[in-house]
Design a protein around this ligand. Structure first.
Ligand SMILES: [Zn+2]
Ligand SMILES: [Zn+2]
Ligand SMILES: [Zn+2]
Ligand SMILES: [Zn+2]
Ligand SMILES: [Zn+2]
Ligand SMILES: [Zn+2]
Ligand SMILES: [Zn+2]
Ligand SMILES: [Zn+2]
Length: 98
C-alpha cells in the first residue's frame, strides 16, 4: 500500500478551472479535474493525484472504434480514445471521462 501523506503531481503547468476545458467531478467538498487518465485536485498551490472518479460523458453521439480517426491510448486493461483534450473509455453503453 502507499505510505501516509498524499500523492502530488509535480511540475503541473496547467491551471485547472471552470473554463479550462477538462471534465470535472465533485469529490468530497472539492473538485477533481480529469485529464490524461488522472484526476487532479487543487491543493495549496499544487495538484494532488486522486483516484479517477466515475464521470460519464453525457450526450456522446460518436462511437469510438478502430477506424474512428481518434488516437487510441492504452490505459490499464482498456483503451481510451483521445479527442478534444479529453480521453473517453467505453463503459456499459456510454463513455467515461478518463
Ligand atoms: Zn484543466
Ligand atoms: Zn478528489
Ligand atoms: Zn491536472
Ligand atoms: Zn497536496
Ligand atoms: Zn472516435
Ligand atoms: Zn481509461
Ligand atoms: Zn469521445
Ligand atoms: Zn461509466
Amino acid at each position: 500500500m502507499t505510505s501516509s501523506g498524499h500523492d502530488t503531481h509535480d511540475e503541473h503547468t496547467h491551471a485547472h478551472g471552470p473554463g479550462c476545458g477538462h471534465a470535472s467531478a465533485g469529490h468530497e467538498g472539492h473538485v477533481d479535474y480529469i485529464h490524461d487518465g488522472h484526476a487532479h485536485a487543487a491543493h495549496e498551490g499544487h495538484y494532488d493525484e486522486h483516484a479517477l472518479p466515475h464521470a460519464a460523458h453525457e450526450g456522446h453521439a460518436h462511437v469510438h472504434g478502430d477506424s474512428c480517426g481518434h488516437e487510441a491510448v492504452a490505459h490499464g486493461e482498456h483503451v481510451d480514445y483521445a479527442h478534444g483534450g479529453h480521453r473517453h473509455a467505453a463503459h456499459e453503453g456510454h463513455y467515461d471521462e478518463h
